[in-house]
Design a protein around this ligand. Structure first.
Ligand code: FES
Length: 273
């Protein structure tokens, strides 16, 4: 009998940003911070890679933005609905150890990936600073959770509707100017990760980014998640998804992310019909 994966809860936590808790015991049992899963709505569905955002018992949490055909479809699912498959955990876990002071920077839906890393860093004895940013206050997610898990939390919004008026990179730079930070994680849109990781470069701080290239199989076979890191070809699904931010070729990443833009647009239009 084919096993189906039940969605325990499905919540829109901000405009077009959805949080699902999915019953997937084998993923939950083994998941570590930084890893991801790949789900399919049905047997013919597109494979969707999503970072594991939290684990609770047999359930895992994922957060996604409804931005294309498959994620728009996913967003219509409700608690009690099932998914055809959930495969994971995939990828390498975050490099968790005792660094001293760590800073987690989350942008937009990428904020969802930060509490699980913050928790593990805290458990490893680190002082954890969180910086979470979004375009405006309404799009800010998981603030309470980050406040609970981090020792300090800074909020930024592009329009100044909450917290610091500006970008996470500005606050990160300000903090780096007056204290020692030993390791930084930056998770968000590629352009945000590029700009924010440039802020840590002059300080020589170890900086990780979680890359989100197009993925298909998630097992290192298809090559679609190819990225260049330190001049070498890597596959984000098996060699990452976290890499040394200062070694990543962001221009190539962003160019490859756009490869299927036309097809994605067409598929989304068809789904909306
Ligand atoms: Fe196919 Fe990584 S998704 S090689």
């Amino acid at each position: 009998m084919t096993r189906l994966y039940t969605i325990n809860t499905a919540t829109e936590i901000a405009d077009k940003i959805f949080e699902f808790w999915i019953d997937a015991p084998q993923v939950a049992r083994n998941a570590r911070a930084g890893q991801f899963l790949i789900l399919r709505i049905d047997e013919k569905g597109e494979r969707v890679p999503l970072t594991i955002s939290a684990v609770d018992g047999d359930a895992v949490r994922v957060v996604f933005m409804a931005v294309g055909k498959t994620t728009e479809h996913l967003a219509t699912l409700q608690a009690g609905d099932t998914l055809a498959d959930v495969v994971g955990p995939l990828g390498k876990p975050s490099e968790i150890r005792e660094y001293g002071t760590c800073c987690l920077v989350g942008g937009g839906a990428g904020i969802a990936c930060t509490p699980i890393i913050a928790r593990e860093l805290k458990a490893a004895g680190n002082h954890v600073i969180g910086i979470i940013g979004s375009r405006n206050a309404d799009l800010l997610i998981l603030e309470d959770e980050m406040r609970e898990v981090c020792d300090e939390l800074f909020i930024t919004t592009d329009d100044g509707s909450k917290g610091f008026h500006g970008y996470a990179a500005d606050v990160l730079k300000r903090e780096l100017d007056h204290r020692t930070i030993d390791a930084v994680w930056i998770i968000g849109p590629a352009i945000m990760m590029k700009v924010t990781s440039a802020a840590t470069l002059p300080y020589g701080v170890k900086t990780f980014v979680s890359l989100n290239p197009i993925m298909v199989d998630g097992t290192g076979m298809c090559g679609s998640c190819r990225v260049t890191v330190g001049g070498e070809t890597k596959f984000a699904c098996v060699d990452g998804p976290e890499f040394d931010a200062h070694q990543v070729d962001f221009a190539e990443l962003m160019q490859r992310q756009r490869i299927y833009t036309d097809q994605e647009k067409l598929a989304a239009e068809k789904f909306a019909e």
